[in-house]
Design a protein around this ligand. Structure first.
Ligand code: ADP
Length: 157
């Protein structure tokens, strides 16, 4: 049976830190499904369809990595797509504190699901979607943090 890992997140935007987790996850699992959650009440910076298309360009030559969007519970979506593993990245102890109750909650909803944490690679620990949004919003260059070129602010929407 194929070992499928789901890598869920907001990915607003997807960064080189996320890319690192996907690549390392792909070395551990047969398939990695990147899942952009759309049930958040917060407004997105990049429309979800736009982000999905940009991520898809990064993995167009890697059929074992696919990009989906989903609504509702992550653990239920994992069940729907046959993923027994939930992949998450840890940058620091704050990420760990944040992730632990989520992992327990997901396990409660789907007892078959195992959350697997990968520590961020040392050079990517400071890469965050929040900082990238802040720089990009005011016209700064964020190319060094992303595996694709983000359209200018005026073209987002
Ligand atoms: P969420 O809103 O679910 O936290 P994010 O898109 O912010 O979604 O992050 C998705 C996952 O990627 C989380 O597990 C997060 O800790 C991890 N992550 C974010 N940035 C990095 C990074 N620079 N290195 C490794 N993992 C990261």
């Amino acid at each position: 049976m194929a070992r499928i890992a789901l890598f869920p997140g907001s990915f607003d935007p997807f960064t080189n830190g996320h890319l690192d987790i996907v690549r390392r996850g792909a070395a551990l699992f047969d398939k990695v499904i990147i899942a952009i959650g759309t049930n958040s009440s917060k407004q997105r910076y990049l429309p979800v369809e736009r982000m999905q298309a940009l991520i898809a360009t990064v993995f167009e030559d890697e059929p074992r990595v696919t990009v989906h969007t989903f609504k509702g519970l992550t653990a239920e979506f994992a069940r729907e797509v046959g993923a027994r593993y939930l992949l998450r990245g840890l940058r620091n102890s704050l990420d760990f504190e944040y992730e632990m109750p989520i992992a327990y909650g997901n396990q409660h909803v789907n007892t078959e699901l195992e959350t697997v944490f990968l520590l961020t690679s040392p050079t990517l620990g400071a890469v965050s979607s929040t900082i990238i949004r802040d720089i990009h919003r005011y016209g700064g260059n964020v190319d060094a943090f992303l595996p694709f070129v983000l359209p200018p602010v005026a073209e987002l929407g």
